[in-house]
Write a protein that binds this ligand. Structure first.
Ligand SMILES: [Fe+2]
Ligand SMILES: [Fe+2]
Length: 283
């Protein structure tokens, strides 16, 4: 586990060269998204082929995912001030917000089309969501990019696994297509934020590694715990075998570390200065 009593190494000021590289990363992401990844809720999902008799557990879990996506105003309101002078990162958040709002609307549309929820039930869910504020789980922009990188890949895997379950339970072309389109977006987000973490590692390795350690060792999915019936919702995700500790370790942590050129050993706690002094005294 990480040593929270030890202050992490100070983060280096971002140089104009680094800011220019981050902006270029965003432009490449944006240009590719415009060309290959734009989709329409109205036209690209076969709404007429909606299976109205899937097991209730599927619509319950989809409602949970929809609630997590509904916290978008909090995500944007709290993330943008951390990076407002970093154009690549703040423009990315604006674009990310556009893509995320589609996810929340597409999930809600399926809940309505399938007859699983009424307009009133969705209004109640929204009211419940906004009775709590989502707060930043890490107090600095470097830690938050590490967090977002992990969370985006974990989210993609939740949706991909739910899609497999829907298929096995008799299928629903509308929901399967929705989950596929949204998961492709989530993987693109994870890839962007991973490339961003690579730039920070190149520029300021020790401080970035320390932020990565903190996040890898304490990660939790956003917002679920804030919902009124959070325990039940998390149990449902587990019972459907959508995501568990093993998934986190082998499908999220290991692939990300490999792409960053790191290993699990790099994520173990660094020695605190007190321990280093004590080791020196023994030799
Ligand atoms: Fe999303
Ligand atoms: Fe995302």
């Amino acid at each position: 586990m990480i040593d929270l009593t030890e202050a992490p190494p100070p983060l280096k000021q971002e140089s104009p060269e680094l800011l220019a590289r981050i902006y270029q990363l965003f432009r490449d992401y944006f240009d590719k998204a415009e060309k290959k990844r734009r989709w329409s809720i109205k036209d690209d999902i076969p709404w007429k082929e909606c299976n109205k008799s899937l097991p209730r557990s599927i619509s319950d879990v989809l409602e949970t995912f929809s609630a997590v996506e509904l916290y978008l105003p909090d995500y944007l309101a709290k993330l943008i001030p951390q990076v407002r002078t970093n154009r690549g990162r703040s423009w990315m958040l604006a674009n990310w917000g556009y893509e995320e709002c589609k996810h929340s609307m597409a999930f809600e549309d399926w809940l309505l089309h399938s007859g699983s929820r009424s307009e009133e039930q969705l209004a109640d869910l929204e009211a419940n969501v906004f009775s709590y504020d989502w707060n930043l789980p890490y107090d600095n922009a470097r830690g938050m990019v590490c967090y977002t990188m992990i969370q985006e890949l974990a989210t993609a895997i939740h949706y991909e696994n739910l899609k497999k379950i829907v298929h096995a339970e008799g299928g629903c072309p509308a929901l399967e297509r929705t989950l596929q389109l949204v998961a492709i977006d989530e993987r693109a987000h994870a890839d962007f934020f991973r490339r961003l973490v690579s730039l920070y590692l190149e520029d300021d390795r020790d401080a970035t590694l320390e932020q990565l350690r903190r996040v890898f060792n304490t990660f939790a999915m956003p917002a679920v715990h804030m919902l009124a019936d959070s325990q039940q919702r998390m149990t449902e995700v587990k019972e459907l075998r959508i995501f568990d500790e093993e998934t986190y370790l082998y499908e999220v942590c290991e692939p990300i570390l490999a792409k960053l050129g790191l290993t699990r050993k790099d994520m173990r706690r660094r020695k605190s200065s007190r321990e280093i002094v004590a080791m020196g005294a023994k030799t």
